[in-house]
Each structure stands twice: as C-alpha cells, then as structure tokens.
Ligand binder design. Structure first.
Ligand code: PLP
Length: 392
C-alpha cells in the first residue's frame, strides 16, 4: 500500500516549485521579459572559471578511477581540505575525521537530524524558516517546534526560545545568513543563544545540539557571520557549495561535527550511520574533487549586492516596507494585506512571482529572491507599481 505521507509530499510540491513552474509556463506564453520571477533561489551568476578548468582537468584522469565510489564519508583528501579550511578561516581545531561529505545541505541536514534525535523528540526552528526543515524533522519522527524570531529586528528571540525548550528538545536548527529573511544573527545574539543552551543542557541533563545550516555563509553585504561552532560546543555545521560557488544542481556539501563536542566521535559515528541508513553515502565524486581545489575561490557577491541595491531603492521609491538584508539573496517584503497568500496571488496577476510567508511558517510577508538578472529587477518596476495601486 502506498505510504500516505510520501504520497502527499510527492503530489503536493512546495509553493516555491509551483510558482517557479508557473513562471516557466508564463514565460513560454508571454515572453521571458514579461515575467518577473522572484520565486526560486537559483544563483544567477555562473560558477567561477576555476570550476570549469578543474572539471576539464579531471576529465583527463582514468574514468574508472574518476567516477568510482569513494568511502562513505567522502575522499580523505577532500575531508582534510575542508577541515583545513575551517581551521584557517575560523580558528577551530577541525579534523578531517569529523567531516562527512554530502549531496548538498539537504542531505547534510537529514543526516544531522537523524543522527541526534529519536522519534518523539522536538526540534526547534526559528520562524520564518526554510520549509524543508519540517519534512526533515517529521521524517525522523520528531515534532518541529516553531519559535518566531523577534519581528523588531529578526534576531533570535532568546526569551521565547527559553520558554520553548523542554526535556524533549533534542536540537535546534539555525540558519544565518537567513533564508527567507536575509538577516544575519549577531555575535551577541549567538552568544546569548549558546548561554541559554548550556543552561538548558545542565537543567535537563542531556545534550541539545545546534544544527547550523550555512549555505549562505559567504553571501553577506558587510555583516560578520559568527562561526557558530566557536560559541557552542554541541554544534553540527551543515554546509553547501550550492550558493557560494553557484553549483546547486551538482549536490555537494558537508556535515562538520564540532571537534569540541564531548562525544564528538560518537556523534560522528551516528552521522555515518544516518548517512548509511538514508542512502547518503559517497557524495558526487567529481564535485568532491572540484571543491577540493576550488574551496578558496571567492564568491561573487558583487552581482547580488548590485541587485539588492536596485531592488531596495525601487521599493523605497514605491513605498514598500521590507527588511534590509544583511546576507543571502532574499528580500523579505511586507505584504500589503494580512493574507500573504492572497497578496502573492494578487502579485501573480501582474506576472510578479513572490513567495508567500506561509511557505516559511510566517504570516504577512512575501519573499523576493533577487538572484536574478538586474534587467528583470528594473523591468519589474511597473508590476510592483501596479500591485501597490491594487491596494490604494
Ligand atoms: N538550507 C537553506 C536555508 C536553503 O536555502 C537551501 C536551499 O535553498 C538548503 C538548505 C538546501 O541546500 P542544497 O541545495 O545544498 O541542498
């Protein structure tokens, strides 16, 4: 018999994909230049030339070796490069033994949640949040507990988190720079969170793991992104090169279990077990080899910074309210009515595709992904204008 939950997940794709598919269809009908698709987070800038050069170099290697299996956690040399990179950038004594290569951040998150939870546990997220967190935690038999961020500044609400943590809390997922809001949690905010978690670990007598989802780590507009593992020992970092190197379709990332954790080796063994149980072993080998040499390639944030400026200026002129983003490539825009689904529908009527906050466990906002061409942003002015006029 079909598994009902899987059937539901498969037959009701998430709203972002639905809007994106709608955009493709509309582009075919009315022309690409007439659709302003702010729906999906596909990087609009190409991967650095070094990626192509590395692929060409790799293609010269014997294919039976190049395309062969690696050990389940990945190639030792690549895990070493990741550990060295973490040590050099953040000063943490990272070792290759604690790095597990994955098919992007998605697999890293599934593995992490499965490794450190039991069915019936609770996992806290800060709302609004990347919607797949719910699927991940529920797949592990856990309950997702949503704690709203402070709406005044979109930082972690430490008092609300204090009230939400209980003996069933196994983990918390944080994401900074954040999708969908674009906020970056300050060092003070992370330090306050760490102090709270330490206190709650003592109170309940078990670890509360902090899963730090960091695919946008390099995409910032001047803000410092504190490296969470430097502030809280029970941290598991989930990373992806999807955004930083514009490689979302190549599915490459990693889990790093902090070497500072008391039971680091055991947690890492559970990570390996979760990888095995979920079938996330031996991440794409070509792209393990690509990141091995391209890990220090700078992210081209310039194009996103320019888009951010154009879009913010335009929305200022039109009188929209939004959260000035510190990182990632999303703008969190206040809907002009309480019902963000209805607002997104109203925008759609102008071929302006905005994702409603309801997709992220929020209310009253929409997300605009500005990882698109700056021409599209400029051309979308009339659609934003017409949408505003609908509400006047
Ligand atoms: N986490 C966040 C916050 C994201 O925005 C995304 C993708 O957009 C992911 C995880 C998944 O990343 P990946 O494509 O590497 O699986």
């Amino acid at each position: 018999m079909i598994n009902e939950r899987m059937h539901l997940l498969g037959s009701k794709p998430n709203m972002i994909r639905t809007l994106y598919a709608y955009g493709l269809q509309r582009k075919a009908e009315i022309g690409e230049e007439n659709v302003y698709d702010y729906s999906i987070g596909n990087p609009s800038i190409p991967a650095p030339p070094a990626v192509r050069a590395r692929i060409e170099e790799l293609l010269e290697e014997p294919p039976e070796i190049l395309h062969g299996y690696t050990m389940s956690p990945g190639l030792q040399s690549v895990r070493q490069v990741v550990a060295d990179n973490l040590r050099e950038r953040f000063g943490i004594e990272a070792t290759a033994a604690q790095v597990y290569m994955t098919t992007g951040a998605t697999a890293a998150l599934y593995i992490s949640v499965a490794a450190i939870t039991h069915p019936g546990d609770e996992v806290i997220v800060n709302a609004p949040y990347f919607a797949e967190y719910k699927v991940m935690t529920e797949s592990a038999g856990c309950t997702l507990v949503e704690v709203p961020m402070r709406e005044s500044d979109f930082q972690l609400d430490i008092d609300a988190l204090r009230a939400a943590i209980n003996e069933k809390t196994a983990a918390m997922i944080i994401n900074s720079p954040n999708n969908p809001v674009g906020c970056v949690y300050t060092q003070q905010n992370i330090e306050d969170l760490a102090a709270l978690l330490v206190q709650k670990e003592e109170e309940f007598g078990h670890p509360i793991y902090l899963i730090s989802d960091e695919p946008y780590r390099e995409i910032t507009y001047g803000a410092d992104v504190p490296f969470t593992a430097n502030f809280y020992d029970d941290t598991i970092v989930c990373y992806s090169w999807a955004k930083s190197l514009s490689l979302p379709g190549e599915r490459i990332g990693y889990v790093y279990v902090s070497d500072r954790m008391n039971d680091a080796a055991d947690v890492f063994a559970a990570v390996c077990g979760a990888g095995r149980a979920l079938g996330f072993i031996c991440a794409p080998v070509m792209f393990q080899r690509v990141v091995e040499t391209c890990i220090c390639e700078p992210t081209n944030v310039g194009a996103y910074a320019e888009n951010r400026e154009i879009l913010c200026k335009m929305l200022d002129e039109l009188g929209y309210e939004y959260i000035p983003p510190d990182g990632a490539f999303y703008l969190w825009v206040k809907a002009l009515e309480e019902d963000d689904d209805a607002f997104s529908e109203a925008a759609k009527a102008h071929d302006l595709l905005l994702v409603p906050a309801s997709c992220f466990g929020g209310r009253g906002w929409v997300r605009a992904s500005y990882c698109i061409s700056s021409e599209t942003i400029k051309n979308s002015r009339k659609a934003w204008e017409a949408l505003k006029a609908d509400y006047e």
